[in-house]
Write a protein of this length. Structure first.
Length: 98
């Protein structure tokens, strides 16, 4: 999973990369959301072999990846993640096809 921020002039500001705990896994970022404190949420899919998981990562600008949550592994190539939404109480809403 890769997320980057660029200045208005096109200069790279910050890069985030998912810590890959699955050898040879393919990861796609499908949605990003900026948290009120400046951290970044990224949602997508991680696939290793026939198993595909929906994943949400939180990155912070100093430490990089803070955590990852996944929806579990099931041999289902149709899994997809959709946009991230934040409500007024600081909760993150995530949807996907499992």
């Amino acid at each position: 999973m890769y997320v980057a921020s660029f200045s208005a002039a096109g200069d790279l500001s910050i890069e985030y990369r998912r810590v890959n705990n699955q050898p040879a896994a393919k990861v796609a970022t499908r949605a990003i959301r900026l948290a009120a404190d400046g951290d970044v949420y990224a949602a997508g899919e991680a696939q290793a072999g026939g198993d595909k998981a929906l994943v949400i990562n939180r990155f912070d600008k100093e430490a990089g990846q803070l955590w990852e949550i996944n929806a579990g592994l099931v041999a289902n190539p149709e899994r997809q993640s959709f946009p991230l939404l934040a409500d007024g109480q600081g909760r993150l809403l995530f949807s996907g096809a499992v």
